[in-house]
Design a protein around this ligand. Structure first.
Ligand SMILES: N[C@@H](CCC(=O)N[C@@H](CS)C(=O)NCC(=O)O)C(=O)O
Length: 218
């Protein structure tokens, strides 16, 4: 029987952890969670044994170590091709990888000025203009995908890697009260209604740890 362990950090603040964890859930992988608290001084030493990048998520499966979220997603798609994490159609797959790449390497203004904080809610949050540009690009990506592939997920009927990559953006839009058009609002609802998302959000709300710098009053 195969064994899998996914190392993650905070469920309230860990956006990359959420992406990797959700991909593993969508792939139907049975795994154990190893939780490394974000402010634990032992954290870096422990993570280094699993991921040379000293970042999480990190997956161990059948003696194989995979780190970095997109690599984890590609690995999960290989071991569980029937889960449809990546679209079956080549053109759609290329499109999916492109928008996942944009999320992986971009949107730094959004990521730094609207950090993921599932428990929090900041009504009437004032957006910085560069963050606004990131939001406009993300909205354009979502609308293009939802219209091209028919929704309710970015690449059609089943949630996949792209939805996992953008799931922490969905939670940020709720935390920071970002107003969206009806199509994107419906997409956010669809993501938040996923059983795996509900499980993650409940755990995030129950988590005792607080990171002061991310709890600033805006
Ligand atoms: N590019 C990495 C980013 C991972 C990342 O930044 N993870 C955060 C936690 S969600 C982390 O490990 N932070 C610890 C640190 O930066 O020292 C990925 O795709 O997995």
């Amino acid at each position: 029987m195969s064994t899998a362990v996914l190392t993650i950090t905070s469920k309230n603040y860990g956006a990359w952890a959420l992406r990797g964890w959700l991909m593993a859930k969508l792939a139907g992988l049975e795994f154990t969670e190893r939780f490394v608290p974000p402010d634990d001084p032992q954290m870096k030493a422990e993570i280094l044994l699993l991921a040379p990048s000293i970042r999480v998520p990190a997956l161990e499966h059948d003696g194989i170590r995979v780190w970095d979220t997109l690599a984890i997603g590609e690995y999960l798609n290989e071991i569980s091709p029937e889960s449809g994490l990546l679209p079956a159609d080549r053109a759609a797959r290329a499109h999916c990888r492109a928008i996942c790449g944009e999320m992986h390497s971009g949107f730094s203004a959004l990521r730094s000025s609207l950090p993921m904080n599932i428990r929090a809610h900041f009504p009437n949050f004032r957006l910085w203009s560069r963050a606004q540009s990131d939001i406009e690009r993300i909205v354009a990506i979502w609308i293009e995908c939802l219209q091209a592939y028919g929704g309710p997920y970015l690449f059609g009927a089943r949630p996949g890697i792209a939805d996992a990559m953008y799931a922490p953006v969905v939670t940020r839009f709720l935390t920071y009260d970002v107003t969206l058009d009806p199509l994107c609002t419906a997409y956010c609802r669809q993501i938040m209604a996923l059983p795996a998302m509900q499980e993650w959000v409940a755990a995030a709300r129950a988590e005792p740890e607080e990171i002061d710098e991310l709890e600033a009053e805006f």
